[in-house]
Design a protein around this ligand. Structure first.
Ligand code: ADP
Ligand code: MG
Length: 698
């Protein structure tokens, strides 16, 4: 029988394959490009292309594509076949270094937020050798970055790679100061935990809202939701476990290390986590994972919902971004070390993250902002929209000791002085409390928990890498010029703790009182929605930071702001239109026929015996009629609101109008429809209810 070991990574042009099929010199040169970003020679590219093609063809591939991540949120590909005609009428399979390195998709319909004048419709894709090529179906997919001819990034990968470079540069400066002369590069690594819902295709097909928007726009609360906490880590149903097994095989073939899977809190909700890897690869892998999750579901007669809030009243889905930084020789810089010196270095990196999260709360919030995620953040199931950090009692005590020059109890009641004492091992906090924190230290990594399930993890990591690079730069600037390194280091760590203490919060992040304390006492930001936060990407301090590290140009930031807000407006508008259509053509008619039939029945009864009162029926018909009137009225109001916004030319203004007016009207319409659902006979209701959907997979 074929074992996992036999097929793991079989569809990836990974290091093992490269080593075995490339001439030694070519392999070494490519490795230098991958590890150290050295330029790639065209003759090397040609040989890599040839080898890649031969390998792909031997696996049954006929086409290749430059696979990229435009700003739409999904991945894009345009397939070309390897076939080249020969004079004798047959074909050969060809693939050149030039084709590997650069592609020119007709990209005029990808959003560019004004970056690419329409006459210059073509951008180009450029090979990212740091992420392995892979085969999907019959196509060799080459991970690429996507830029305009003016050199502007039109994708998520380009700024992500730039942010990794910025972090690398500044972190190396710090390491050198600590006497590390051997580390060649520093990279951030990520392990994203992916939540999702699985429902049957049969249910999905009957719900226009799920089909058009990915979430239910109507639906009364079922008698049983998640209140019994019986789904979390519960036994996995046979059909779901067959799905998970199949999914694992597909992911493993692509070298994606799917590791843990379990049920989540809500009925029909599950989670998949891979083993962490370099951020850039983790990002590509997560995009692929989401795609394959959906594909495999179809094969099982299921649909995988990746929306952040597919069902009201039960938990939505998030994505936890476990993030750490490490050197090429495997030293995790967020792991407390064995010696005092290593510990001082650890504390400095820790402080860099604390400072980064406080200084750039807004950018972190922005990095997870979508219409879908707005339903989740702050809804008592996910962290609030306020960014704060959890460090755990132990680490907190160490920081307090440094801040106040007081003894830290666990180290022999002596005063904490960096470079003198060995810090205790900080164990991963095992309490459940920190689950409510948006940004938690979990032993040797940080877990950023605000991401929505369908978000690309690129955006969050771009901001995180860049903000931490900025802290490190400030530290390195100071330390490189310091007369006495140890004193300067100690003072700087102390100052960071003093200046940024407000961002550290070890309590319950879901607590209403916390939001008040955070905003009123601590002055932390609380951008509740996408329109609230997104424009702040253009605040001077943010533009200055991101441009100084060459992660974005100002024009790129403007375009991103515009695209994200446009995306928000379009998403909500599509939802509103879907509601209008469902309410008008399905819900209202259903209620009206049920009311008419009920009235008819009552009349029949009365005609048999006028003494029969039919009070129940009468009351029901009255209520149903009132509700259907109300539904039709609310539909009209929603439509009018949409109309009134049409023609708003300023995208910031439009998004605010949508947030304040359209969403409110949608909410009103939903309330009356959901009430109607609870008093309408099931046979009449035009689509499956929450009960049907959430408990559909057996
Ligand atoms: P939990 O749900 O308990 O938080 P999981 O095991 O579901 O934990 O997920 C933890 C994720 O963190 C995994 O993807 C794991 O590979 C990743 N991870 C572990 N160590 C690190 C690290 N040093 N850097 C980045 N990610 C890490
Ligand atoms: Mg988990």
């Amino acid at each position: 029988m074929e074992t996992v070991k036999d097929y793991f990574g079989s569809m990836v042009f990974d290091d093992r394959v490269m080593k075995s099929v490339l001439p030694d010199k070519v392999y070494k040169s490519l490795r230098k490009t991958i590890d150290e970003g050295k330029d790639l020679d065209i003759s090397v590219a040609n040989q890599v292309a040839e080898a890649m093609k031969d390998w792909a063809v031997s696996k049954g591939a006929t086409h290749f594509t430059h696979w990229f991540q435009p700003l739409t949120g999904i991945t894009a590909e345009k397939h070309d076949s390897f076939i080249t005609p020969t004079p004798d009428g047959s074909v050969i399979m060809e693939f050149s270094g030039k084709e590997l390195i650069k592609g020119e998709p007709d990209a005029s319909s990808f959003p560019s937020g004004g970056l690419r004048a329409t006459f210059e419709a073509r951008g180009y894709t450029a090979w990212d050798p740091t992420s392995y090529a892979f085969i999907k179906g019959k196509t060799l997919c080459i991970p690429t970055a996507f830029c305009s001819y003016g050199g502007h990034a039109l994708d998520k990968k380009t700024p992500l790679l730039r942010s990794m470079q910025a972090l690398n540069k500044q972190a190396l400066r710090i390491l050198r100061l600590f006497g590390n002369t051997t580390a060649k590069y520093v990279r951030s690594s990520v392990g994203p935990e992916q939540e999702y819902f699985l429902i049957t295709k049969e249910m999905y097909d009957q719900r226009p809202d799920l089909k058009f928007t990915g979430r239910t726009l109507f639906g009364a609360k079922p008698p049983k939701g998640q209140e019994m906490d019986d789904h979390y880590f519960g036994a996995i149903k046979p059909r779901v476990s067959e799905y998970m097994e199949d999914l694992n095989v597909e992911l493993w073939k692509l070298g994606i290390m799917a590791k843990t899977e379990h049920n989540e809190v809500a009925p029909a909700q599950h989670e998949l986590a891979p083993i962490y890897t370099t951020t850039n690869v983790a990002t590509d892998n997560n995009q692929l994972t989401m795609e394959i999750m959906q594909k495999v579901a179809t094969k099982h007669g299921l649909v995988c919902l990746l929306h952040e809030k597919p069902f009201a009243g039960v938990n939505g889905s998030g994505k936890h971004n476990n993030w750490s930084i490490s050197t090429d020789d495997g030293q995790n810089l967020l792991s407390p070390g064995e010696t005092p010196y290593e510990n001082a270095q650890f504390l400095l990196f820790l402080c860099a993250v604390i400072k980064a999260v406080d200084d750039y709360q807004d950018l972190l919030r922005i990095s997870v902002a979508t219409a879908g995620n707005d339903h989740r953040l702050g809804a008592n199931e996910a962290p609030p929209a306020v960014v704060s950090m959890f460090l755990g009692d132990e680490l907190d005590a160490v920081l307090s000791a440094i801040e106040n020059d007081t003894p830290y109890i666990d180290v022999g009641k002596t005063q904490m002085k960096l470079g003198v004492h060995v810090l205790p091992k900080f164990n991963r906090d095992t309490t459940d409390r920190n689950r409510t924190s948006p940004f938690a230290f979990t032993g040797n990594k940080f877990e950023f928990r605000m991401l929505g399930s369908s978000n690309s993890i690129a955006c969050a990591n771009i901001m995180l890498n860049s903000a931490v690079a900025e802290s490190l730069k400030i530290y390195a600037d100071r330390l490189e010029g310091a007369e006495d390194f140890e004193t300067a280091l100690h003072d700087m760590i102390k100052k960071t703790i003093k200046d940024h203490r407000r961002i550290i919060f070890n309590g319950n992040g879901y607590d209403e009182g916390w939001i008040r304390e955070a905003t009123e006492k601590r002055g932390l930001l609380n951008y509740r929605t996408t329109p609230d936060c997104m424009p702040h990407i253009l605040d001077k301090k943010n533009v200055d930071m991101l441009t100084s590290h060459k992660v974005f140009t100002e024009a790129e930031l403007k375009s991103r702001c515009e695209i994200m807000l446009e995306n928000y407006c379009k998403t909500v508008t599509i939802e509103a239109n879907t509601m209008v259509s469902m309410a008008r053509t399905q819900i209202a008619p259903a209620i009206e026929s049920f009311a008419a039939d009920t009235a008819g029945n009552a009349l029949t009864k009365k005609s048999l015996d006028p003494e029969i009162k039919c009070t129940g029926e009468t009351e029901l018909v009255k209520r149903l009629s009132a509700l259907s009137d109300s539904i039709r009225e609310k539909v009209k109001e929603l439509e009018d609101t949409l109309l009134s916004i049409k023609g708003t030319t300023d995208i910031i203004q439009e998004s605010a109008l949508i947030r304040d007016n359209v969403l409110a009207k949608m909410c009103e319409l939903r309330i009356v429809c959901d009430e109607a659902e609870t008093i309408t006979a099931k046979d009449y209701w035009p689509f499956p209810t929450y009960e049907d959907i959430l408990f559909s997979v057996r």
